[in-house]
Design a protein around this ligand. Sequence first.
Ligand code: PMV
Length: 336
Amino acid sequence: MHDSNSVHDSNDAGAPATARAHSNIGLIKYWGKRDAGLNIPAAGSISITLDALATETSVAFRDGLAEDEFRLNGVRFPAGRVTRFLDLVRTAAGQERHAIVTSTNNFPTGAGLASSASGFAALAVAAASAAGLALDERELSGLARRGSGSAARSIYGGYVELHAGSAPDGSDSVATQLLAPHEWPLSVVVAITDPGTKAVDSTTGMRASAAASVFYDTWVDTAEADLAGMRAAIGARDFSALGELSEYSCLKLHAVMLSTRPALAYWNAGTVAAMHAVRELRASGVEVYFTIDAGPQLKALCAPDAAGAVAAALASVAGVVDVRVSGLGGGTVRLD
Ligand code: PMV
């Protein structure tokens, strides 16, 4: 789907490519892997892609580089995880050169706002293109999954399902779109309670939960029923059902996290205050539901015409330091 060689730099040493991806949030959450090496999830998940949280990434393979160079928001970082991902692309493309990777996030990184989702989706599309690989969306989703499970979903816009699949090589563990953004507009109000980096990253947390939560097997065994309910809610455009199931999946996930030993406790006082504020708003007649990932930020789901009232209410909650309103976003695109 992408024109892989449309841009050449002046010395013709490479074909840099740039892509933009949006973050997403899980409505039916992903937590646990059936194959850690191939990064295949133990169960499916369903998400919505957010237009307000975006990553832009450029990749240029260059002669003469001793290692990959990775800059995020202008700051050089160790390239370890980027290099492991680029190695997959290099192997597939017969590419031996290292790359310069330049990335910008317009939101806090590593704070439970799914920066790995938009980050690896943008990196997958930009790196595949820069390496001369012509991959379709399904293949790009599978490639992005190798960087981060939730990244497989950010290849697509709107309402998206990531399938666990059953193939040992993970070839059927890819995302598909359930609805495009315009087919059922929805707003997400992100209440930021701590923009700092989270304590336990999701890969480490998932491994710990699988090893030590007595609820983990039940979590995996009950996923299909939650997925079926969410597919039905989305198909029927039933916001009450979508919201109720989202809050349920979120709280079930956090029950697994909290029953991990040692406990994965991602909430702070502001998170809990925001949860109560959402429930109070609902009791007062504003239909809004919350979801929370592996971090202290709360995401409130509501109809677009309620977003202003929800944002104002959450902004006044003690411990909420910033509020951002997002609509549904599109899939990952090449920018050059
Ligand atoms: O894609 P990862 O490995 O960062 O995992 C994301 C896990 C959650 O955000 C907690 C849940 C989800 O479905 O997005």
